[in-house]
Structure formats: structure tokens, C-alpha cells
Write a protein that binds this ligand. Structure first.
Ligand code: IPM
Ligand code: MN
Length: 351
């Protein structure tokens, strides 16, 4: 197969972790006789510096015409404490999600047998966790009307959802549940928010089309608690943009390190693959960041092109690296901490 992949390294540790995913993907391509053409493009703070825009039109063209996008991270501390900054790297990510129509963010959470003791949570609670949070990504409070009034003394952000936005996300959730354990949980705040009541109403109306799927409805605050108490009780979860943002960071703790969790963002056209962690500026350029989340995001990419064996080869080699202790400092736990690039070389070499 020939794949044309847009490569958006972005900021902070983005370029370092992306490099490792490219190495591993190229090793997979070689082994299974595929051809990957990587097309790099600018995004994030580096794009603001270069062209004054975090998601330039040229980058959008490259992404829109690619078979898939592999993305590193976005964000720079220079902008975080400057409320007056007119343009922020994060806006690039939001614009990219919106312009590419990436309305569903797939964030799996699972445990690694060799890391089960590294999670801050008790082993017996997290064993067997295998869930997917399907986060709505192009609507809700991230994209609703916002602003200031009363001479700047009042600020507002609005959470707006249209029925079709909920339907298309829920459809993915139901389909995913059908392929898994046929359990779907709709996470909302319907006891307070009108938009959440529309979520419930919409999902309830879709239940009849998927009679085999057992659907539950839970409030997001309760889920925040149960997710770390009994994560194995969940399978496919669907939720609004902001709730999903928060719950997926929380869920990453289950696996033991945020540096492990991959994600994909899908819509109607091209899909994007990215680690769920951020740009981790403190580690940028030090060759210490964990590249596994990005490497596993590449596995999700292969999987979506029905290259199942290829995806499995990546997951297997990742598991092997964890088992033998070929890990970065976040997972070293007193053992030897390897460099980001060393881990990447090892993975590629062992494919
Ligand atoms: C994420 C990130 C982004 C988000 C930020 C960087 C805008 O936290 O992908 O989860 O909030 O969606
Ligand atoms: Mn987030």
C-alpha cells in the first residue's frame, strides 16, 4: 500500500516523539512492503514564529490532501501566562480539528501487563481495563460563542450542541460498541445542562437502531469518580468536548503514564493520529520524553487502513520494550532510563 502522510511535529517534545514514530513506521513499511511518503508541515508556536499563524493554509492543504495526518504536540509556555496574546498555538489545533472536520476523538485506555504496578492506582482495580472515550471534538464549549462584556468584567463561554453533532458522534459510539462488548455509556450533566439533555434525548432515540447495545447514562461528576475506582466497568463512552478533555487526562493515569496513550481523531475525510499528552516544554530538546504514545498512535493509523498485522507488530514491539526495560525516565522506576531516540531505534530495530 502507498500512504501519503502529513507530518506535523509541532512544538516542545513533538519533533522528538514524532521522529521515533516515523522510524518505527518506516520499519513496518519495509517489513510489510508498503511505501510511506511523509510530508512535513508547520503547526503550533513554530508556525506562529515562521508565518504568524498556528495552522497556516499551506499546512491545511497538505493535511487535506494526505491519506492521514500524524501529529506531535502543540503549545508553548511563552503564551500560557500572557492573557493578551492575540494568537495562541492551541488555536491552531482547534482550527485544524474544525477545518478537517475531525468531530470524533478516539481515546483508548488500557493497561500494560508489565506496567500494572506502575500505576498509582491499585492493581486489582485497574487490571483488565480496556475502554474507549469517544470525545466530541468540533463543537460544544470549545467552539461556542465567547467573549467579554461589562467593560471586560464579565466573561462567557457557551456550550452549544446541535442534534446532528450528537447523532454523528453517537453513531460512531454505537458502531464501536457493536464491535466490542456492546456496552455504551453516555456521559453528560443532564441534571443541570440543557445541552446535556439534548445529548440524552438524542442518544435515547438512537437506541432502537442498535437493540443489542446496552446503553447507560451517567453524570460526568460521578464518572470522574468511578473511572478511577472501577475503570473496568466501562467500555465505550461518548461525551462532549470539554468533559472528554478532562476525563481522558484522568483516564491516562490508569495506564501508569501519560506518555503511553495514543489517540485518533476522525471525521468524514482524513483522520489524524496524535498522542494525548501535550508539548511538555520542560523536556523539549532533552531526548527524554516517552515516544510510546506517538508510536502507538501510528499503530492506530495502520489499523484504520485495515493493516492489522502491521498495527499488531507495533503493539508487540512496544510491549517487548516495556518487558525488557527499554524505557524512558518516566517509566524507569529506579532502573536505567533510556533516551527517546534510543527507545525509537530499539523499537524500529526489533520490528
Ligand atoms: C487535548 C489538549 C487540547 C484540548 C488543548 C491543547 C487545546 O488538551 O488535545 O486534549 O483541550 O483539546
Ligand atoms: Mn486535553
Amino acid at each position: 500500500m502507498k500512504l501519503n502522510i502529513a507530518l506535523l511535529a509541532g512544538d516542545g517534545i513533538g519533533p522528538e516523539v514524532i521522529d521515533q514514530a516515523v522510524k518505527v513506521s518506516n520499519a513496518v513499511a519495509k517489513k510489510f512492503n508498503h511505501e510511506i511518503k511523509w510530508t512535513p508541515a508547520l503547526t503550533g508556536a513554530v508556525a506562529i514564529e515562521a508565518v504568524g499563524e498556528p495552522y497556516p493554509e499551506e499546512t491545511h492543504e497538505i493535511c487535506a490532501n494526505a491519506d492521514a495526518v500524524l501529529f506531535g504536540a502543540i503549545g508553548h509556555p511563552r503564551f500560557d501566562n500572557d492573557p493578551s496574546a492575540k494568537v495562541r498555538p492551541e488555536q491552531g489545533l482547534l482550527k485544524m480539528r474544525q477545518k478537517l472536520g475531525l468531530f470524533a476523538n478516539v481515546r483508548p485506555t488500557f493497561t500494560f501487563p508489565s506496567l500494572i504496578d506502575k500505576s498509582p492506582l491499585k492493581k486489582e482495580r485497574i487490571e483488565g481495563t480496556d475502554l474507549i472515550i469517544l470525545r466530541e471534538l468540533t463543537g460544544g464549549i470549545y467552539f461556542g460563542e465567547r467573549g467579554r462584556k461589562d467593560d471586560g468584567n464579565t466573561a462567557f463561554d457557551t456550550m452549544t450542541y446541535q442534534r446532528f453533532e450528537i447523532q454523528r458522534l453517537a453513531k460512531k459510539g454505537f458502531e464501536m460498541a457493536m464491535k466490542r462488548s456492546k456496552k455504551l455509556c453516555c456521559v453528560d450533566k443532564a441534571n443541570v445542562l440543557e445541552s446535556s439533555r439534548l445529548w440524552r434525548e438524542t442518544v435515547q432515540a438512537m437506541e432502537k437502531d442498535y437493540p443489542e447495545v446496552e446503553v447507560s447514562y451517567e453524570f460526568v461528576d460521578a464518572v470522574a469518580m468511578r473511572l478511577v475506582q472501577w475503570p473496568s466497568a466501562y467500555d465505550v463512552m461518548i461525551t462532549a468536548n470539554l468533559f472528554g478533555d478532562i476525563l481522558t487526562d484522568e483516564a491516562s493515569v490508569i495506564s501508569g503514564s501519560m506518555g503511553l496513550m495514543p489517540s485518533s481523531s476522525v471525521g468524514s475525510k482524513v483522520s489524524l493520529y496524535e498522542p494525548i499528552h501535550g508539548s511538555y516544554p520542560q523536556a523539549a530538546g532533552k531526548d527524554i520524553a516517552n515516544p510510546l504514545a506517538t508510536v502507538l498512535s501510528a499503530a492506530m493509523l495502520f489499523e484504520d487502513f485495515d493493516l492489522t498485522e502491521e498495527a499488531q507488530a507495533i503493539r508487540d514491539v512496544v510491549n517487548k520494550s516495556l518487558a525488557v526495560g527499554m524505557v524512558t525516565e518516566d517509566l524507569a522506576d529506579g532502573g536505567k532510563a533510556h533516551k527517546t531516540s534510543e527507545v525509537g531505534d530499539w523499537l524500529a530495530g526489533n520490528i
